[in-house]
Design a protein around this ligand. Structure first.
Ligand SMILES: NC(=O)c1ccc[n+]([C@@H]2O[C@H](COP(=O)([O-])OP(=O)(O)OC[C@H]3O[C@@H](n4cnc5c(N)ncnc54)[C@H](OP(=O)(O)O)[C@@H]3O)[C@@H](O)[C@H]2O)c1
Length: 249
C-alpha cells in the first residue's frame, strides 16, 4: 500500500524539475495527480512521461481569476482534494535598476497572490485532513545576487504557511512550507550553460554540504508533508537546502 493511496493531489508547475519529480513520487505512492503548466505541449509530454493517473491542466499560476477556473475544473473531475502543492514560480532575478513595475507585479502575482487565491478557490474541495505544501526558497532567508524581489515574495509565501494553518485549523487543514536550496532543475536554464555552470560551481563552494540538491530529494520531502506521516506537522517550514539557509560555511 502506497503512502498516498486514495489521495487526490494537485501540483502547480508539474512539467519539469521539482514539480515533475514530485508528481512521479506521488503517483508511485498511489495518489491521483493533477499537474499544471503554461504550455499544452509541455503538459502533454509530462503526462505521457509520467503515465498513471495524471490530469494535466493548462493554468498560469500568475493569472488570479484563472485560479478559480482551475479549482472549478478539479471539482468537475474529482470528489475532493487531499494535497495541494503550490510549486510554480517566476524565478526572475534582476538588479534593482532593471526591475519594472510590470515585472515586479508579474512575479508577485505568480509567487504569492495567485497561490493565495488558488487556496481560497480550492477551500470547498479540500478534505478534512488536507495538506497544503507551499514551495518557498532559501532566498527567503538569505540575501544573494539579484534575488531581492524573488526572496521577498518567497518569504511572503512561506509566511502563509503560518497564517493559513491558523486560519484553517478548525477544518483540520495543515499548511507547511517546503524550502529548497540550490537544486538541479531547469530553473536557471535561461541563463545559458556557461553562466549556469559558474553559478553551480559557486554554490557547490558555499552550500555547507558542498553539493547541489536533486529534484528527487525535494520530492521525497513533499511525500512526507503530503502523507499522514506528517499529520502533526503544521505551520512549519521544512528546509531541504544542504544547510545553506541555516549554517555558515
Ligand atoms: N531549482 C532551484 O535551485 C530552486 C531553489 C529554490 C527554490 N526553488 C523553487 O522550486 C520550485 C520549482 O522550481 P524548479 O527548480 O523545479 O523549476 P523548473 O524546473 O523551471 O520548473 C518550474 C515549473 O513551474 C512551471 N511554471 C513556471 N511558471 C509558471 C506559471 N506562471 N504558471 C504555471 N506553471 C508555471 C513550469 O512549467 P511551464 O514552463 O511548462 O509552464 C515548470 O513545470 C519553484 O517554486 C522555485 O522557486 C527552486
Amino acid at each position: 500500500m502506497g503512502r498516498l493511496e486514495d489521495k487526490y493531489a494537485l501540483i502547480t508547475g508539474g512539467t519539469s524539475g521539482i514539480g515533475f519529480e514530485t508528481a512521479r513520487e506521488f503517483l508511485a505512492e498511489g495518489a491521483a495527480v493533477a499537474i499544471t503548466g503554461r504550455s499544452r505541449e509541455r503538459l502533454e509530454e509530462a503526462a505521457r512521461r509520467l503515465g498513471g493517473r495524471v490530469l494535466p491542466v493548462l493554468s498560469d499560476a500568475g493569472d488570479v481569476p484563472g485560479q478559480a477556473a482551475l479549482a472549478a475544473r478539479l471539482r468537475q473531475e474529482w470528489p475532493r482534494l487531499d494535497v495541494v502543492m503550490s510549486n510554480a514560480a517566476d524565478v526572475t532575478h534582476l538588479p534593482i535598476e532593471q526591475w519594472t513595475e510590470e515585472a515586479f507585479e508579474r512575479l508577485v502575482a505568480t509567487n504569492l497572490k495567485g497561490p493565495f487565491f488558488l487556496i481560497k478557490a480550492l477551500l470547498p474541495l479540500l478534505s478534512r485532513q488536507a495538506s497544503v505544501i507551499l514551495v518557498g526558497s532559501v532566498s527567503a532567508f538569505i540575501g544573494h545576487e539579484n534575488a531581492a524581489v524573488y526572496g521577498a515574495a518567497k518569504a511572503g509565501m512561506l509566511s502563509l504557511s503560518r497564517g493559513l494553518t491558523y486560519e484553517l485549523k478548525e477544518r483540520g487543514v495543515r499548511v507547511n512550507g517546503l524550502s529548497p536550496g540550490p537544486t538541479l532543475t531547469d530553473a536557471f536554464a535561461s541563463l545559458g550553460p556557461e553562466r549556469q555552470a559558474a553559478i553551480y560551481d559557486e554554490l557547490r563552494r558555499t552550500v555547507p554540504l558542498h553539493r547541489i540538491g536533486t529534484a528527487t530529494e525535494l520530492a521525497k520531502a513533499a511525500v512526507y508533508l503530503a502523507s499522514d506521516e506528517s499529520a502533526y506537522t503544521a505551520g512549519t517550514i521544512l528546509r531541504v537546502d544542504g544547510g545553506i539557509g541555516e549554517l555558515a560555511y
